[in-house]
Design a protein around this ligand. Sequence first.
Ligand SMILES: Nc1ncnc2c1ncn2[C@@H]1O[C@H](COP(=O)(O)OP(=O)(O)OP(=O)(O)O)[C@@H](O)[C@H]1O
Length: 267
Amino acid sequence: MTGGVAAGAVTAGTGAAADITAAARVVAASKVYGTGDAAVRALDAVTVGFPAGRFTAIMGPSGSGKSTLMHCAAGLDSLTSGAAYIGETELGALGDRQLTLLRRERVGFVFQSFNLVPTLTVAENITLPLDLAGRSPDAAWVDGLIDVVGLGGRLRHRPGELSGGQQQRVAVARALAGRPEVVFADEPTGNLDSHSGGEVLALLGRAVREMGGTVVMVTHDPSAAAHADEVVFLADGRLVDRMTGPTAGAVLDRMKAFDGRGGGGAQ
Ligand SMILES: Nc1ncnc2c1ncn2[C@@H]1O[C@H](COP(=O)(O)OP(=O)(O)OP(=O)(O)O)[C@@H](O)[C@H]1O
């Protein structure tokens, strides 16, 4: 590989530890939407790895490219140039069908709007990705997950009978049910009050620290980012900083510095 980027190692960004296995990474990733005068460079040569067994938050001002980075890293969108990897699999080398399989079998997703299937029960929603993949659930793992999310008494309920926080906890269990290599969460607390949001963030933290998972979360909320092991900061489509052991205060201070520099606009 060229450019000094070792396969599977996290080498990018300031303060990043080298030689940690990345569950997902992008290398020299650029994404341009539109063409000509209407072209928007949403990502500009970003190289960043998301270490296995860690909880990483992606932060930055509105329009800085957070969602674009997550979508391209997760195989939901394609890069204009550069490369995205899940483990050692380069996503750009895959056809549509292979990408669908990779997303189904190796990646978990949690979205702001929960995205549960309203006609299925909680139990059926949790095992849906496994059912779609034709995989039989690991019963002990799924039972353990249901305990952790605290919805054992609600398994026969439909999503519409649950609160927003409960629905998002179902979505987290669904994302983890197949033991994916990495879970991508896009503003998972964006539709929740602070108490329910805190429960969902604690759950994502437990998925990493107690269950050996890897989580990458986009958020614009410093208190949410403080649940992560590390925060990567984007501004104007570029990786501008990383912070390990974040606190809400330190993240907020870092974000205020962007405002001073005009680094990407207001929330
Ligand atoms: N489909 C698209 N077509 C054109 N431009 C887009 C598209 N999606 C995103 N953009 C632009 O790319 C830039 C990055 O957008 P992105 O949604 O990744 O930012 P973000 O940091 O996630 O923002 P927010 O916090 O507001 O959700 C923005 O300027 C946005 O307007």
